[in-house]
Design a protein around this ligand. Sequence first.
Ligand code: SAM
Length: 273
Amino acid sequence: MPKHYDLEAAARYWGQERLKHRDELAVVLSLRETKEVNQAYDTWESSLVVETLGGVRGRKVVDLACGVGRITVPLARAGARVLALDNAPGMLERAESHVRRAGMAKSVQFALGPAWSIPVPDRSQDGVVCVGLLEHLPPAEQIRVLKEVDRVLKKGGSLATVLNNPHSILLQAPTDNRFRKGHQFPNGYYCALVDRKKLLGTLGRHFRVEPVGTNLFYSLLRFAFRAEGTAKDIALRRRAFKVATELDLRFRLKGLADEVLTDHTFFRARKLR
Ligand SMILES: C[S@@+](CC[C@H](N)C(=O)[O-])C[C@H]1O[C@@H](n2cnc3c(N)ncnc32)[C@H](O)[C@@H]1O
């Protein structure tokens, strides 16, 4: 196991090994979950991004660790001028081709590099989206990313981020992601439950941080529907996940359920000064 976080190994993992999988949602979300689980997660997260940034038409938004452009395309469609950055050349190529196919090439620029080095001036951006990244970085690198977000955001700008829940009983189950160990594997993969309090605390007095919503219903179903099933089971599962996502988007539950049962919380951090 490498002692230090190896950025190049991470880029190889994401931009080569991971991209071999056919299902593009699985490439950037979860390889072991079923299609309907990844689709439900994608609907929940992408629905909240634009809303959390408070409207993006004509605004400059960075999609940090953009992957295949899952969030880049809806941001551009909503009218944002997007800088899509990723550390893996393979991911950027894939994102570029999705953006082109969506007819959004004029609205998106691309940058190759680590998330703690965004090639834009201080205080120049209206929004930053950071989803699916922080849990794949060790704590010191997570903090570097948030300091960089602070550097690039204008006063009044917002960070939209999703953090996994270290208090979740379900995420701690031994049958959940066996590779979420908080160390980097030889193939470059790193995944951990994040220390949300400490992490969001690093934004300090510059930001007002508030939860936008959690994915409680999704989390319960994801855990309950572990087993393989017949075609009928799968159809039922698809319907159940659709309803769960609608409930998560409508009720925005927080509090105790968030503490012990939800996989993720969506946060908005607005820059105050
Ligand atoms: C789980 S995927 C998420 C992609 C995208 N944000 C999404 O949610 O669809 C993680 C992405 O982070 C990128 N990545 C990992 N470490 C990075 C780093 N230090 N700097 C920039 N990108 C990084 C990977 O190349 C990969 O595209």
